[in-house]
Design a protein around this ligand. Sequence first.
Ligand SMILES: [Fe+2]
Length: 330
Amino acid sequence: MSEKNIEKKEPLRELVTGYGPVRSGACAPKIEERAASIDLSGKIGLESKLSLDTGEINFAEGVSYVPINRTLRDFVEAGVVYQPEKIPEAALDKVMCRIYRLINDEEVLRLQGLPEDTVNEGFKYDITVLLPYKAIAQSWVGEFPKTTGHYHTPIPGQPVASPDLYQIIYGTGEIILQRRVGSGVNAYRVQPSQLDPVLIGPESGHTTVNTGECPLVFCNICVRAPHLDYKDVIKFHGAAYYVTRGLDGTGRLVLNPSYKEKGVTVSEITGLKPSFKSLSENGIVRGKPFYQYIKEKQDLDFLLRPWSHLSQFDAALVPAKGASAEGEQD
Ligand SMILES: [Fe+2]
């Protein structure tokens, strides 16, 4: 189906064309599909299995976490979803996101040399699962499942916000990044491969999107202090770009019109990729489960005291060939 035909059927005032493709990803090999669960122990660094049907992770006995489940309705009610009026009613109560917060927190604190009742010091380790669009509504043509998206607030007493270290463990997705610059927003996208480390700088808002056909599992390490800032994504009804599934089934980026309506200019989107050279200078390498850094007491000072490492954040993401804007915005 041509772009023109799609536009006739589904006019999008802010349609964006000419961008690198949104990655789709088939699910696990057939034998694993039959089993309906796959072993993620080697990729997470903790004994664990992922249910491909429900997106639930079953950890070995003794692994602790705080479970949080969010339905598509939660995201619609937060006002951050693209064209919510087009979502089938039956899809609204499907779980879209499972969060395993503060995994093995007691051990994570102990390995940092912090007492177990620590609240706001050190870092924490979380895993998030985004269900695939197919698990929510087969025929739903709209935005791919995503996180709410957020910025981080400045660390108390410091001029900068906290960074975030991300890694896709399983599945296919991308991260939309955005930075406030004067009265505008600069937008970026990262399409990491599984187990690529992605260091998100202190000033970058970030929204993670599952563009594949199986659950997207990702983990992050960041400071424990409360630091999430949802103001802008609520005000502007989501990130600067929506990653949507078009009528022809392919992914496309759509500029979020709310920014322009509220006087904020959004840049064309630039593709970025992790600089493994820069990350390796901090001891962060491709293919290594993040929990290993915690177990090995890796120095993660750049997460805890980012003001001392500011040049590293810009160096950690570099332009990606083929994922940047080449076309024009309608
Ligand atoms: Fe974050």
